[in-house]
Design a protein around this ligand. Structure first.
Ligand code: PEP
Ligand code: MG
Length: 756
């Protein structure tokens, strides 16, 4: 009962348009649910300790937005200070009580206030009041606390998006700043292109069009295509269905009739909306209408309407894709961007990326770093469906998006952009110089590749080979598994491009956040589930074909290395080795001449850290995947924006694990590399060098920066820093010390400070 009520209120608040609307619903519904006379919300003024009387049911509405409580004033202030509910049978006799003239509180004796807290910050206070002099009972208090905890997230979201939407509606260009997570470093100033997920009526961006006639035509064509599809299906099924079932198809055709939904959509398009937006608006209204019906048969029709609308949308999107052009400085914006959506935009047009979901460790962010495209992830409060064609600034250093920036702010960003370009130019002077410390220690820098585009850039930047070739990337960009021969050709290109330098190919690492469109894996906990080597050992046919393709591609070049992802026990490794040996024997029999290449294991799971010796003994090298290792050691999902600030690669536990692996590998006489994103961080270079990593493998964009860092350091000095850092207790301390080291070595250009 209680739960049902809570759920209903939260749902209604979620659907509210903007913050004020949300708060009004809250005060009404909470007052009704608790049977009190008053319910009000006091919101904290941003950047101050003052509370503004923002919404009420029962007190003087004329004072909404006017009445303000100064810091330390009143019971509302007390709730906020204590961050706990305050429950009183006689509010007026409490020493902190403060009468606000005109509010109309005199009659109400009892008071219950609960703080509204989001991410540790008090956003406001939710208060109920009653005439009767009594203490609210325990269950009432619990209800209010639960309500306010649930509403906090919704309110926080409404607060940010509400401000942006207000601006968009009123047309007054007030600056807005949305904070997300740094995805790929760099600054971009450009025009938003919003991509929507395929055939999702609820995620269609809003857009206006000039050529309304063409838009109506496109819509009619899409409608006709769906009608044709339905007729074809009806015909194909005609001998299996009785007349009554068959009539259903006529119902569908009726729904899609030009004179009904068709006419409504066309009407909206003539008003200036683009076809997809008009369609989504009309269909969603109709779906809601059916869903509200009592009769279960009619309720079911909502599903049909949704399905039909989705089909029309798919045709519209298809047609749109064929003729889409991109602005010169495109900033790609989307809710959940994938590698495929990246692939659709010509590289020279793409200057920035904003993803509403995901974090800096998501694979889309890794690809963006490899491509050198400034990116913000996890911008959850961005009203992204409304940003088409707007000018935006992307600050990929701090994970900030700016809309309508003030002139001076925009100027500062333009200056930063110019400085960044100058720095890249400056770094080019290092192209032909070795990656070597001042005291003569060589530290080869390799690259992580996946996209074809990485190859050319890597060679340009002087990469000494590939430390991680993510073979899943070409798999992700296709519509079925590539055949053995197709794979052989792809791998051959990689091997040839870098020969005689090594190319380390990782066997297919899918699962987690990397789902192949044609091989979906759906699990509650994908990162703890069927991932990496677990999938390929269960599907030896996939694994064997891949290994055979790699070995064949290596013929005559002999620069291949094979690497196994997500190994969490020795049995997995032994099985994988067996399969590799088997493929090798097979292709020798087929007459291919090739050696068995060096084989390595990725250390990405804590279990592998503790078994590093046993693993190293069985293979030719180890390579630390610090992205996953950090996520598993710290129990922080690499994709989850909410916990992104807990994801610290300089966490002492992570550093301890890295050192353990490096030492184990060395004592077994096997080389060790690191290929997670940490390897591309100039700050980390100091530690990785001192720990004894033999190779750093990184996204190509970081290569020259890290080379510069390596060339400025000495091994001896780095070891001293490592000793200092290994006894620190907190990631923050380590980070601060490393920044200081970079400054001491004249590398402050790699430390970025915040604008605005
Ligand atoms: C890693 O986990 O550090 C790694 C290099 O692999 P990926 O990022 O592809 O999971
Ligand atoms: Mg990994």
């Amino acid at each position: 009962m209680m739960l049902e009520m809570l759920r209903k209120i939260v749902q209604e608040v979620n659907a509210a348009e903007g913050l004020n609307d949300a708060l009004e619903i809250i005060v009404k519904r909470v007052r009704d649910a608790m049977g009190t006379e008053v319910c009000s919300v006091y919101m904290r003024e941003p950047g101050s300790e003052r509370f503004v009387f923002t919404a009420t049911e029962g007190l003087n509405e004329a004072l909404v937005g006017e009445a303000v409580l100064d810091p330390g004033e009143g019971l509302v202030g007390l709730v906020a200070e204590r961050e706990e509910p305050v429950n009183l049978d006689s509010a007026a006799t409490h020493p902190r009580f403060q009468r606000v003239p005109g509010l109309g509180e005199e009659r109400y004796q009892s008071f219950l206030g609960a703080p509204i807290i989001h991410q540790r910050e008090v956003l406001g206070v939710l208060v109920v009041q009653q005439e009767e002099r009594r203490r609210f009972d325990e269950s009432e208090e619990a209800f209010l606390v639960t309500m306010s905890a649930q509403l906090a997230g919704v309110i926080a979201h409404a607060k940010v998006t509400g401000a942006v939407e207000e601006e968009l509606d009123s047309g007054v260009a007030t600056p807005a700043k949305i904070t997300g997570i740094a995805g790929a470093p760099g600054i971009a100033i450009g025009t938003a292109v919003v991509v929507s997920p395929v055939a999702d009526l609820y995620a269609v961006p809003r857009r206006t069009v000039k050529n309304r006639r063409a838009e109506v035509r496109a819509f009619k064509a899409a409608l006709e295509s769906v009608r044709t599809d339905i007729r074809t299906v009806a015909e194909n099924l005609s001998d299996q269905l009785n007349a009554e079932d068959h009539a259903l198809f006529d119902v569908y055709l009726g729904i899609l009739d030009d004179s009904r939904i068709g006419a409504e959509v066309a009407g909206l398009i003539k008003g200036g909306q683009w076809a997809q937006g008009a369609l989504s608006q009309v269909m969603i209204e109709h779906i809601r209408h059916f869903e509200r019906m009592e009769h279960s048969y009619l309720k079911e029709r909502a599903v049909d309407v949704k399905d039909l609308g989705t089909r029309v949308l798919a045709y519209l999107q298809e047609a749109d894709k064929e003729q889409r052009s991109y602005p010169d400085r495109t900033i790609l914006v989307g809710e959940d961007l994938t590698a495929t959506s990246l692939g659709e935009i010509p590289r020279e047009n793409l200057v920035g990326i904003i993803s509403v979901r995901g974090s800096g460790n998501s694979h889309i962010a890794i690809l963006a770093r490899a491509m050198g495209v400034p990116t913000v992830m996890g911008a959850v409060d961005l009203p992204y469906t409304r940003l088409q064609d707007r000018e935006l600034i992307v600050d990929g250093y701090y994970g900030v998006v700016l809309l309508n920036p003030r002139k001076d702010v925009k100027k500062r960003y333009q200056k930063l952009l110019v400085q960044d370009e100058a720095l890249s130019k400056d770094l080019e002077s290092l192209l032909d110089l070795p990656s070597e410390t001042r005291d003569g220690h060589r530290l080869p820098l390799l690259v992580n590749t996946g996209l074809m585009a990485d190859v050319a850039r890597s060679l340009e930047q002087g990469a000494e080979g590939v430390g991680l070739y993510r073979t899943e990337v070409p798999f992700l960009l296709r519509e079925r598994f590539p055949s053995e021969e197709e794979q052989r050709q792809i791998y051959r290109t990689q091997l040839e491009a870098f020969a005689p330098n090594p190319v380390t190919m990782r066997t297919l690492d899918i699962g987690g956040d990397k789902a192949l469109p044609y091989f979906p894996i759906e699990e509650d906990n994908p990162f703890l589930g069927w991932r990496g080597i677990r999938v390929t050992l269960d599907h030896p046919e996939i694994f064997l074909a891949q290994i055979r393709a790699m070995l064949k591609a290596n013929e005559g070049l002999e620069n291949l290395q094979i690497m196994l992802p997500m190994i969490s026990n020795i049995a997995e490794l032994d099985e994988a080795l067996d399969l590799i040996h088997r493929s090798h024997r097979e292709i020798l029999q087929e007459g291919v001449v090739c050696e068995l290449p060096p084989i390595g294991v990725m250390v990405e799971v804590p279990a592998a850290v503790y078994q590093a010796h046993a693993l190293a003994r069985r293979v030719d090298f180890l390579s630390v995947g610090s992205n996953d290792l950090t996520q598993y050691l710290l129990a922080v999902d690499r994709n989850n924006a909410r916990v992104a600030d807990l994801y610290h690669s300089f966490h002492p536990a992570v550093l301890r694990a890295l050192l353990t692996v490096a030492e184990a590998s060395r004592s077994e006489g096997k080389p060790v590399s690191i290929c997670g994103e940490l390897a591309g961080d100039p700050l980390a270079a100091v530690l990785l060098l001192a720990m004894g990593f033999d190779v750093l493998s990184m996204n190509v964009t970081s290569l020259l920066k890290v080379k510069k860092a390596v060339r400025s350091l000495s091994l001896e000095g780095a070891r001293k820093v490592l000793d200092e850092v290994m006894i620190m207790d907190e990631a923050g301390q380590v980070h601060a010390r490393l920044e200081q080291v970079l400054r001491e070595h004249g590398l402050e250009q790699f430390i970025h400070s915040r604008v605005g």
